[in-house]
Design a binder for this molecule. Sequence first.
Ligand SMILES: Cc1cc2nc3c(=O)[nH]c(=O)nc-3n(C[C@H](O)[C@H](O)[C@H](O)COP(=O)(O)OP(=O)(O)OC[C@H]3O[C@@H](n4cnc5c(N)ncnc54)[C@H](O)[C@@H]3O)c2cc1C
Length: 281
Amino acid sequence: MRKRIAESTQKRVILAGAGLVNAEIGDALVKLGIPVTYVISSDRALSQIVDREASVIIEKLFAGLDVELLKGEDIQEIEEKDGALEVKLASGKVLSGSCVVYGKGVRPNTGFLKGTGVQLNKGVVLGRYLETSVPGIYGAGDAVETDDILLGEKTLHALWPVAVEQANNAAGNMLGMEMPYGGDVLRNILMVFGQTIFTGGISTHDEGDVYRNVSDGEYSKIIVKDGKLRGFVFVGEGAVNPGVYLRMMRDQTDISSMINPVLHGTIAHADLYPSVFKVAL
Ligand SMILES: Cc1cc2nc3c(=O)[nH]c(=O)nc-3n(C[C@H](O)[C@H](O)[C@H](O)COP(=O)(O)OP(=O)(O)OC[C@H]3O[C@@H](n4cnc5c(N)ncnc54)[C@H](O)[C@@H]3O)c2cc1C
């Protein structure tokens, strides 16, 4: 991209989608002094991982930076023109830029498996032993759907540690070791435009009991159902121990007596397992 930007008559980079990948790319480009324009089909930034309230806060981070956000738009055509790219949008608006970066989420290319008997949904659907619907064919990683502990359905997690664990278990099962895979939860952490955005589980909408805290451009929200953490969104330095949130969701820990520290990000592993820490000390 550096070469392309240097050689182009227009420096601006057009980012199709404002999800995880393009948020990081946009942040990096702005730090290098390159203006960016996000072209998004939805009506808010990071709509795939945060709720509306968090999107408002994140969009405010763009103020004062060379970041333009065009909502409800789609790229229709891209053409080389006068040493730059001419990008035509669905609304008829025309942008000019050096590069276009597509960051539109993960879509497994499973077409070649159609008609083979391998069950497909958004990805390749796997059972508890990471086997497809065709005996002897196993899967792992971004191309597969496995159980989500919170959502209670097969989900495409598209996360590196999830892929590693799935691969480990799939290999064990292929060797006859019987290694059931317990599923996982969705989560993301990214540091962009001067803030940390940390989400997990149900994070794009409200359901169950919702606890929120908004102060000084920072935002925390946790979703609790039957005393268990079902999801969260933090924008800012709210959660100091991200691993604890993953643990609480995976173990479905009863947090009904810990709502405040969970919401304010002060919860620690020692709070979850006080007796273990007492013995260790
Ligand atoms: C920009 C970016 C940032 C990310 N950041 C994070 C992060 O911070 N944390 C996190 O947990 N995850 C992150 N991820 C996701 C993470 O990279 C993936 O979840 C992980 O790499 C999945 O592993 P995989 O082996 O399933 O797929 P990949 O790592 O994509 O590997 C698939 C391999 O298969 C090869 N291949 C494809 N088709 C064929 C074919 N037909 N025949 C043979 N080989 C083929 C590809 O070339 C590739 O080498 C990020 C992803 C991207 C793109």
